[in-house]
Design a protein around this ligand. Structure first.
Ligand code: PMP
Length: 486
């Protein structure tokens, strides 16, 4: 489809701000080309002299492909060093080192862009060919780009009933009205979305045209949307002309079944490394993304290296149709520009060495690590939490266990006490006992309307041998609070 068709189809979705955004001033001059034979001496950009970049060499050490490990010690059986040397053209590992440290790479450094595009192709096979990407400084700014691209002041936005607090805080100053869609343990319920759209009350303003979702390992509920639900939601998006923003930092942390053993996982990893079957076996195990279902370009997918490499890399990318990616790039040209060249060089060093297969192998290792952690937390929860008041489901992806407390079992001293205050009282008591989850009310746009009590427990970083004592402390606090004899 020519780029102009994306303009025709999606131009009306651009926010006023984005529509008003012109091209960068230099692009007008860049379009004018000189005769190819001329030895052009450029006095044009105010770019600094590369020989005065004091960074002469960058090296990165990381685990060698196939030498990953299951346990959590910081030692890997074999590590590899990759370096990029400004002083020696032969030692730049296929990277334009100077270019990576220079201005003018807003999309991202070409070598890394190429790697990530191939990765997107392998992982999602987007069904239209004009899709493009823009490297970002992670999903926080990725979402901000999408919001500034699409949202006008005072609009209604569709979100999951419980959602990522930073998304709420990013959109709230735009006067956004949040329209919460019901969820269950499998994520957003398509019928609830349909109900909202079908019965839209126009006195509330125009029909929403943006859906923000975290389909996999949802933050905070840990739920994962099935392919069946995704297809239904995609069909509704087409019918009601909705743009889907899929925020997927946990997409690749889709886990093994609760009863899968570590030794099975180790054998599988070894096999995959040896016979290069990792590409297909890894991708086939993932729930396909919205991007994979998007034939028209109505999905903006935001991905992040924060959970896959390190949050401090501040690297991620957005995938979408060329109109949206162009407008996002224009916005970036006057704000973040490209992500840090230094960070991109380091990441390229690792990925270029691992190659696509090695990256998937690394992701597989992460899946095993978090599977073990999820299982350990579930075991402790099952063992110690009072069943009469706690309910939770095993997450299939991500880093979170979402626990609801049965409010009806709470013997109120003050019948009129708001639920959010009770939740905070419990939280306070938990802190005194030495255990710190996150209160459910943080994940709601309008907590004052909420009447349920939740806590989110991350199993990603606490020492795994402390999970049991953490759950014991949680359980004993609840028993006191709810005056249980269990
Ligand atoms: N979106 C969601 C749903 C998240 O859970 C997080 C991290 N907690 C982010 C975005 C932020 O990611 P990043 O580090 O890439 O900015």
């Amino acid at each position: 489809m020519p780029a102009s068709n994306f303009n025709d189809r999606f131009q009306h979705h651009l926010s006023r701000e984005s529509r008003a955004r012109g091209n960068g001033p230099f692009q007008m001059l860049d379009r004018l080309k000189c005769n190819g034979d001329i030895d052009l001496i450029s006095f044009s950009g105010g770019i600094p002299l590369p020989s005065k970049f004091p960074i002469r060499k960058l090296s990165v050490s990381f685990p060698e492909l196939g030498c990953f490990q299951e346990d959590e010690h910081n030692k890997y059986p074999k590590e590899v060093d990759v370096s990029f040397d400004m002083r020696n053209d032969a030692n730049t590992n296929g990277l334009d080192f100077e270019g990576a440290l220079q201005y003018g790479q807003c999309q991202g450094i070409p070598e890394l862009v190429k790697f990530i595009k191939k990765h997107v192709e392998l992982a999602h096979s987007p069904p239209y060919k004009e899709w493009d990407i823009k490297l970002t400084n992670g999903n926080t700014i990725g979402l901000e780009y999408c919001v500034r691209l699409l949202v006008d002041y005072g609009e209604s936005i569709l979100i999951e009933k419980y959602t990522y607090p930073a998304a709420i805080t990013a959109m709230a100053p735009l006067g956004v009205k949040f329209i919460s869609i019901d969820m269950d343990e499998n994520g957003m319920i398509p019928q609830s979305l349909e109900e909202v759209l079908k019965k839209w009350d126009y006195s509330k303003g125009p029909m929403p045209r943006i859906l923000y979702t975290i389909p996999t390992g949802q933050n905070p509920t840990g739920s994962t949307l099935s392919i069946d639900r995704k297809k239904k939601i995609m069909a509704l998006a087409r019918k009601y002309d909705i743009i889907i923003i899929e925020d997927e930092p946990y997409y690749f942390l889709q886990m093994d079944a609760c009863n899968a053993t570590t030794s099975e996982a180790q054998i599988e990893l070894q096999d995959a490394a040896e016979n290069s079957a990792i590409l297909s076996s890894f991708v086939n195990r993932l729930v396909p993304s919205f991007l994979n279902l998007d034939t028209e370009g109505r999905v903006l997918r935001i991905d992040s290296f924060s959970k896959l490499i390190a949050p401090g890399s501040r690297l991620g990318w957005i995938t979408g149709n060329p109109l949206f990616i162009d407008r996002i790039t224009r916005a970036a040209e006057v704000s973040t520009e490209s992500p840090s060249g230094i960070s991109q060089i380091v990441l390229f060093g690792i990925l270029n060495h691992w190659k696509q297969e090695g990256f998937f192998l690394w992701l597989r290792e992460l899946q095993h690590t978090y599977t073990n952690r999820r299982n350990a937390l579930l075991q402790s929860a099952d063992k110690y939490l009072p069943k009469s008041i706690c309910s939770y489901r095993a997450p299939k992806a991500g880093l979170f266990l979402w626990i609801e407390l049965d409010k009806s079992r709470y013997l109120f001293d003050d019948q009129n006490k708001p639920v959010s205050e009770i939740e905070l009282d419990i939280f306070q008591a938990l802190l005194q006992k030495g255990v710190k989850p996150v209160c459910g009310q943080l994940f709601m746009p309008y907590p004052e309307k909420n009447d349920r009590i939740f806590f989110r427990f991350a199993y990603s970083v606490a020492p795994i041998d402390k999970f049991e004592v953490g759950m014991k402390r949680f359980a004993s606090t609840l028993k006191e609070f709810f005056r249980l004899n269990e």
